[in-house]
Each structure stands twice: as C-alpha cells, then as structure tokens.
Design a protein around this ligand. Structure first.
Ligand code: TYM
Length: 340
C-alpha cells in the first residue's frame, strides 16, 4: 500500500495546507510503514513555474516547504521525501500521458479556469498541462492512496481516468498504471478564509488577514482568529451550517481538527457560550499550540540547507529507484525507445 502526495513551494504554507494535507501525510507515513511499504512526499517545484514567479525565491521557498514537512513529522528514514525537479521520471511520463489526456478535460479543470483568469501577462501552456504533471507524479510511483484536501478532487478523478485510459489503450489486458484513490480528511478538508468564509483559505487568492500561516507568530494567529468573520444571528448560535453560517462552521471545524475532536463534540462543549468569543479564543489557542512545536523544529531545520540538500539527494535516489522500472514498463507498452 503506497501513499503519495505533493505540495507546492509557492507562497507560505497555511492552516488549510496543514489541516487538509500535511498532518495526514504523517498518518499516511505510519500506514505505509505498517504495510511494509514506503510513503512518498514531493515538493513540486516544477508545478510552481506554471504561474508568474520569482526564480530567486523558488529555491528558498522549496527549502522552507521541505523544512515544514520535516518539522511536521515526515521522517526521511521512513518516507521518500524528494524535490520534483530532481527526479526526471514524472516529467517524462507527463509527455507520454498527454497522448491519453483530452484537451477538453484540461479545459474543464476548475483550477485552470481560476488561475488562468488571475494571470496578467501570460496564461502558460504549463498551467494548462499542470494536471497531467500532477497525474504523472502519482502514476510514476503506482500510488494507492493520496492524502489531499477537498480542492484536489477533480485532479484525482482526472488522474484515475488517465490511468484507466492508458491501460485500456496500451495495457493489453494489464494494469500498467494504477488508478490512485484520493484520501480526504473527515474534518477540515476545506479550510475557509477567515475574512471571506465562502472562499477557501489560499495563498494565491485569499486575504492575508484571513489566512493563518504555519509560521505566523502566536500573536498574529490570535489576532487573525479573533477577528474572523462570523455572522450577526441574534442570539448567536454555535452550530455547523455551511450555507447559512460559513464563518462559524469554519471555526468549529478548525477547533475540532486542532483538538482531535468531532465538530459535534466541539458544538456540545460550547453549549453554554454566550457569543462567538469563546469559540474564537479556543480556536486561536488550539492553533497556536498545534504550531508551536512545529515552528520550533522548523527554525532548527531550516538553518541547515546543506542537511536539507543531503536529505533530498537520498530522497531523489530512492524515488528514481521506484519510478524508473515503472517508466520502463510505460515506454515498452507505448512502443517508445528500444525493445526491452
Ligand atoms: P497545494 O500546494 O496547493 O496544496 C497542498 C495540499 O494542501 C491542501 N489544501 C487545503 N486543504 C484544506 N483547506 C484548504 N484551504 C487547502 N488549501 C490547500 C491541498 O488540497 C493539497 O493537498 N496540485 C497540488 C500539488 C500536487 C500534488 C501532486 C498533490 C502536485 N502533484 C500529486 C497530490 C499528488 C497542489 O497544488 O497542492
């Protein structure tokens, strides 16, 4: 049972990334180890080049993201942790998979529609092909389970379709590629912006005041959560209701996820609260406590770029060892390159 996931080194990682994905990588790492398999985590620097970006910053943001993953509990002796651009197999597979990916499918991707509308100068072909590179990431490793947030559902579905179409077209009855399963959190699969709770928390489109960054100081975290937009229902009601009470629902889910409780338990515990103040204060405290140990480890790890590069070199070697034979199968099936 192989677990795989990827994360972009763009912007600063936020509470949505953490609750929707990063903390589940650690669970995935344990599950894969228990099954005698490896989990694989990738910092996708090639995906980051699909929108306008600063080349001087990309490498630093990649180190930041690797250090966050290590600080969160990814253990390179148990998992494969690699930088996407260090391993050529998935980029090569991307090209090969374009032969079984429909132009129309890529045109219908929500993320492509949203991100292409935000580009001022150039909508790159890379942005259009982004989901094929993402599919190749998973398929080059025959991933079984992919822990991701809710916003990646469409990409996972496309990946499954691509794998199945590839097998039907080239497999001659064999499943050369494996259709992976998306694994979504039961709570906080879509953390919303604290200022605009009808929009997901995001570095590219959200508000800075409404986005809690993993590396925010405790004071900033408290300020953002205390100022979170709720609603003016009178009397105030602490209940989950995504449509009518998106802000309150988001805070309930954040508090539930950071204290390992269900949203119902959180709601019950606040039955006597008079306003939304207690909910905000408790959520702020829980987020600060969740991030404090991570931030401390991060500071130590981030300083030593040589150690990060050494860990990445090991990761790249392990990743290639897994992906190279899978690519060889794909090339053979497609009639590309010499006969085996
Ligand atoms: P990225 O870097 O945007 O996000 C990383 C992970 O964080 C999750 N996430 C959220 N979860 C809950 N609430 C939110 N507001 C929120 N915002 C982000 C994302 O769902 C994701 O799991 N395309 C991917 C990177 C990728 C990848 C892959 C993922 C490349 N190749 C292969 C899985 C497998 C992305 O942009 O993630």
């Amino acid at each position: 049972m192989r677990v795989y996931s990827g994360i972009q080194p763009t912007g600063r990682k936020h509470l949505g990334n953490y609750l929707g994905a990063i903390r589940h990588y650690v669970t995935g790492q344990e599950q894969a180890a228990a099954a005698g398999d490896e989990s694989i985590f990738c910092v996708v620097d090639l995906h980051a080049t699909t929108v306008a970006y600063d080349p001087k910053e990309l490498r630093d943001r990649t180190y930041d993201t690797i250090a966050i993953l290590l600080a969160a509990g990814i253990d390179p002796s148990q998992s494969v942790l690699y930088r996407q651009s260090d391993v050529p197999e998935a980029p090569e597979l991307t090209w090969l998979l374009t032969s079984v990916t429909a132009h129309g499918e890529l045109n219908r991707m929500h993320q492509f529609k949203e991100k292409s509308a935000q580009q001022r100068e150039l909508v790159s072909a890379g942005l259009f092909l982004y989901p094929v590179l993402m599919a190749a990431d998973m398929l080059a490793f025959r991933a079984d389970r992919v822990p991701v947030g809710d916003d990646q559902r469409q990409h996972i579905e496309l990946t499954r379709d691509i794998a199945e179409r590839f097998n039907a077209r080239f497999g001659e009855g064999q499943a050369i590629l494996r259709a992976p399963e998306g694994v979504y959190p039961t709570v906080a699969a879509r953390v919303m912006d604290l200022q605009q709770p009808e929009k997901k928390m995001s570095t590219s489109s959200g508000s800075v005041e409404g986005t809690v960054y993993v590396l925010d100081e405790p004071k900033a975290i408290e300020k953002k959560l205390k100022r979170a937009v709720t609603d003016s229902e009178d009397p105030p009601r602490i209940q989950r209701d995504v449509a009518a009470k998106p802000g309150v629902t988001n805070l309930i889910d954040i508090l539930a996820a950071t204290t390992d409780r269900t949203p119902d338990e959180v709601v019950a515990s606040l039955a006597d609260a008079r306003g939304y103040g207690d909910l905000k204060v408790q959520a702020a405290q829980a987020v600060v406590e969740t991030f404090a140990p991570l931030q401390e480890r991060y500071r130590e790890l981030r300083e030593d770029e040589a150690a990060i590069e050494a860990a990445l070199a090991v990761g790249a070697e392990k990743a290639s060892a897994i992906a190279a034979p899978i690519l060889a199968d794909v090339r053979e099936a497609m009639g590309v390159g010499p006969r085996r």
